[in-house]
Design a protein around this ligand. Structure first.
Ligand SMILES: Nc1nc2c(ncn2[C@@H]2O[C@H](COP(=O)(O)OP(=O)(O)O)[C@@H](O)[C@H]2O)c(=O)[nH]1
Ligand SMILES: [Mg+2]
Length: 292
């Protein structure tokens, strides 16, 4: 499928979620590694992803990127910011880059991300990368959408704070100390290793990179690939995908009910839910598109 067609389908999925199901049903089910990159604005996620794309391309892999970071040069579009830097990828048929609006000011993930990722997997990309800004909801939600989560940190952002805020022990699989050309990177690295060791986690999941020149990117990509393969070889990946499905289902159920609730006019919360469910059932029974 060419990029124009893919872009069109994504727009459809975003604007008319009810039609997602039909679009996805027509495509073969297929999975690939889905890798989430999260971290505070300015730590270098977009620059790093740019390098990761280059590395994956150099080993012959195709890549799709979804940027949910409102400040990302990706999300500002190829046409506004960073035109020169991104140009090589935009001319590359093996790279598809798409920005997505975040939900709310905290940068929560748009619900259609599940379907968009499924689409990108189905049309045959070797890797799907997601950039989310690491504030508020998004960094928690990306856990559900991505198989592997990479937390990007960099010196000069209040190291301790970054680590604590990120709830480092839980959210990520791989940790990147980016901007390792800058002062303070050693101390950030040491603190991070300290945190992980204290939490009984594997400190070898920490990688130093300099996204500006690509240093460390090969090691990072190797770690990501190795980890994904090990997930796929055990039952872990299957289990994670099952949890993702469940999370997606719950999101969908909430959205559907909310939609019916918005048509109900009652001051009684219990009655409201009852009426909403009733009208939902009626609609489904008569099969008028039913669905969501
Ligand atoms: N010194 C240095 N600057 C970097 C590095 N990586 C990114 N930057 C710069 O940090 C700024 C923010 O980068 P960006 O990728 O937009 O960060 P994002 O907000 O996390 O996506 C830009 O000015 C980059 O050029 C690095 O490894 N070293
Ligand atoms: Mg960015």
């Amino acid at each position: 499928m060419d990029h124009k067609q893919i872009a069109k389908l994504i727009t459809l999925i975003e604007n008319e979620p009810d039609r997602s199901r039909d679009i996805l049903k027509k495509l073969p089910k297929r999975i690939c590694p889905v890798i989430g990159f999260t971290g505070s604005p300015g730590v270098g996620k977009s620059t790093l992803i740019d390098q990761v794309i280059a590395r994956l391309r150099s080993i012959g892999k195709t890549v799709a990127v979804v940027a949910v970071d409102p400040s990302s040069p990706f999300s500002q579009g190829a046409f506004l910011g960073d035109r020169v830097r991104m140009k090589k990828h935009f001319l590359d048929e093996g790279v598809f880059i798409r920005s997505m609006a975040s939900r709310g000011a905290l940068g929560g993930l748009n619900e259609s991300i599940y379907d968009v990722v499924e689409l990108l997997e189905s049309v045959g990309f070797d890797y799907v990368l997601i950039e989310t800004v690491g504030v508020g909801q998004a960094e928690i939600e990306v856990r559900y959408v991505a198989d592997v989560v990479v937390l990007v940190l960099s010196p000069g952002f209040g190291d301790e704070m970054q680590l604590l805020k990120a709830g480092v022990m839980e959210i990520a699989d791989i940790y990147v100390v980016n901007k390792s050309d800058l002062e303070g990177n050693d101390s950030l690295y040491d603190q991070l290793v300290g945190f992980l060791t204290f939490a009984g986690r594997d400190a070898s999941s920490v990688v130093k990179t300099t996204a500006l020149n690509g240093n460390g990117v090969e090691e990072l990509v190797d770690k990501v690939i190795t980890l994904w393969k090990s997930l796929a070889e055990t039952e872990r990946l299957k289990q994670m995908r099952k949890e993702r499905l469940k999370h997606h289902t719950e999101t969908l159920a909430r959205r559907t009910l909310q939609r019916y609730l918005s048509t109900v006019d009652s001051q009684d919360p219990y009655e409201s839910v009852e009426l909403a469910l009733k009208s939902m059932c009626e609609r489904l029974k008569y099969g008028q598109g039913g669905g969501t």
